[in-house]
Design a protein around this ligand. Structure first.
Ligand SMILES: Cc1cc2nc3c(=O)[nH]c(=O)nc-3n(C[C@H](O)[C@H](O)[C@H](O)COP(=O)(O)OP(=O)(O)OC[C@H]3O[C@@H](n4cnc5c(N)ncnc54)[C@H](O)[C@@H]3O)c2cc1C
Ligand code: FES
Ligand code: FES
Length: 473
């Protein structure tokens, strides 16, 4: 039995946990405000808000309902656009809806609901006030007719209103200002009561189970299969959600989402440039669902987190029915979509030693800045002496091989060498023997080699003169 609150109503359903929240909302509850566009997480027309406890606080995050497994709604507050409408009789729009009207931010209206939900997600975020944060909140929404300027003006109006938002009693203020209806004030207690009643998990038991994290890869690729399968829901597995530093090593649970990783103060301290890396990865609603283990197991040749963790020389802890083993991430990938994991093994943790400050960098080139997968991406951890002699280096690249590639020969060559033009030129020659890019929609093989050369040089923060010497000889 899956139990959750949908808008202001308690839901109890025995529908398959692998079916989607989108289909449940539209076809079982006839709440047709939520739209179906791409069903691949790309357009944002199906955006909903999901309220969940994070360290005892009820936090709302935007998610794409087309990819969200119904089982992942268990114990949560799901808000569709109908759930932010003011009660019948109060014929008024919420300030978010009104801002879209006032700025002509809607034409055919198909995308509008998604924008309204994402912007409502922005106003619900406790400390979010800045215009840049409002714009970031709609990075997963696409509009085909209006043009983004009018929607940006709506975001501007809302960010100005957020200056009045108090740090305490935020929810009550939002209700008073009619951003959300009054029933939101009872949701925290209702969810607590609901969770006390929920003793069993929504996970079905028995037989071989299909593991599922956020569903942002699986549901895109195999929606029907997921719906029909017996699933093991890992998204809410508390023991897989931990981020900790212990005995000089950093432990990341397999079910940690990209958002949780990005918002962790511990991780931000280790990677000072984290925010700029994360902005390049998918979109806000996808990052709110996408887990670390999902990224690694999907084994996409351009998986951003896989490339990130490879350059940290990370290890994986796998658990198969209580039997644990640890392997290097670089040994996990065996070929295109071939990984060293049995069907029943769960990725419990990713472990790495925090890099020295300033020694790590991540680079990604895509056809557009946001909501796009990489043409080529690369990460590097390099410890250099002041005279630019390399003590230690780990290097990875995506989009240039059938799987996320650890560039072992290039790294071995560079160890102990001084990074002058000659050495870098030789390293690039070796690098080119390690990769085998193919020509596809993201660029020709030659272009990808060229991109990787540029990203490789970017890791070393070379001067313009040095780059010129390497490239032009
Ligand atoms: C619109 C869109 C944009 C995207 N953009 C990017 C991008 O910019 N960069 C990028 O790298 N990726 C991107 N992705 C891909 C995807 O979001 C990530 O790969 C994500 O990390 C997958 O995590 P998940 O939890 O959703 O995986 P799921 O879909 O739940 O699972 C993926 C695979 O991992 C397995 N699995 C999940 N958890 C575990 C576990 N703990 N142990 C063992 N196996 C497990 C599942 O069985 C499945 O085989 C995008 C996806 C979408 C839909
Ligand atoms: S329908 Fe396009 S993101 Fe869900
Ligand atoms: S108003 Fe038509 S798609 Fe945005």
């Amino acid at each position: 039995m899956i139990r959750f609150i949908l808008n202001d109503k308690l839901i109890e359903t025995e529908l398959p946990p692998g079916s989607t929240v989108l289909d449940f909302v539209r076809y079982h509850k006839r709440l047709t405000g939520t739209k179906i566009g791409c069903r691949e997480g790309d357009c944002g027309a199906c955006t909903i808000l999901v309220g969940n406890f994070e360290k005892d606080k009820l936090v709302y995050r935007s998610m794409t309902s087309c990819l969200m497994p119904l089982g992942n709604a268990h114990g949560k507050h799901i808000v569709s656009v109908e759930g932010i409408n003011l009660p019948a009789g109060m014929a008024a729009l919420s300030p978010v809806q009104q801002a879209m009207v006032d700025t002509n931010g809607t034409q055919c209206g198909f995308c509008t609901i998604g924008f309204v939900m994402s912007l409502t997600g922005f106003v619900l975020k406790k400390n979010a006030k800045q215009y840049s944060e409002a714009i970031a909140a709609i990075d997963g929404n696409i509009c085909r007719c209006t043009g983004y300027k009018s929607i940006e003006r709506a975001a501007e109006i809302l960010s100005q209103k957020m200056n009045e938002k108090p740090g305490q009693g935020t929810m009550a203020w939002l209700v008073k200002q009619k951003f959300i209806p009054e029933y939101f004030l009872q949701v925290k207690d209702r969810l607590k009561q609901l969770r006390e009643k929920i003793t069993e998990s929504a996970t079905e038991t028995g037989g071989q189970k299909l593991m599922i994290g956020g569903g942002t890869d699986l549901v895109v690729q195999k929606a029907l299969m997921v719906k029909k399968s017996t699933v093991q829901l890992l998204f809410d597995a508390g023991e897989l959600q931990e981020i900790k530093l212990q005995d000089g090593q950093c432990f990341i649970g397999g079910a940690v989402t990209v958002t949780a990783f990005a918002e962790s103060e511990l991780i931000q301290d280790i990677f000072p440039d984290l925010e700029q890396y994360i902005k390049l990865i998918s979109s806000t609603p996808i990052r709110n669902m996408a887990t670390m283990a999902g990224n690694i197991v999907n084994a996409s040749p351009i998986g951003d987190m896989s490339i990130f963790f490879l350059a940290l020389d990370s290890e994986l802890v796998l658990n198969g029915n209580g039997t644990r083993r640890t392997i290097k991430l670089k040994d996990f990938y065996k070929g295109y979509k071939q990984i060293d994991k049995t069907i029943g093994e769960t990725i419990e943790q990713i472990i790495f030693t925090p890099p020295q400050k300033g020694s790590f960098s991540f680079e990604k080139v895509c056809k557009r800045t946001h909501l796009d997968i990489a043409s080529v991406n690369s990460a590097c951890q390099v410890n250099m002496n002041p005279d630019r002699t390399i003590n230690d280096i780990h290097l990875s690249a995506g989009g240039v091989a059938p799987f996320p590639k650890y560039l072992s020969a290039t790294a071995a060559f560079l160890k102990g060498k001084k990074t002058d033009a000659d050495v870098l030129k030789q390293a690039i020659d070796i690098l080119n023997t390690e990769i085998a890019p193919i020509s596809d929609a993201r660029g020709t093989a030659d272009y990808k080699r060229l991109l990787l050369r540029q990203l490789f040089l970017a890791h070393f923060k070379c001067s313009d003169e040095l780059i010129n010497e390497v490239i032009r000889g």
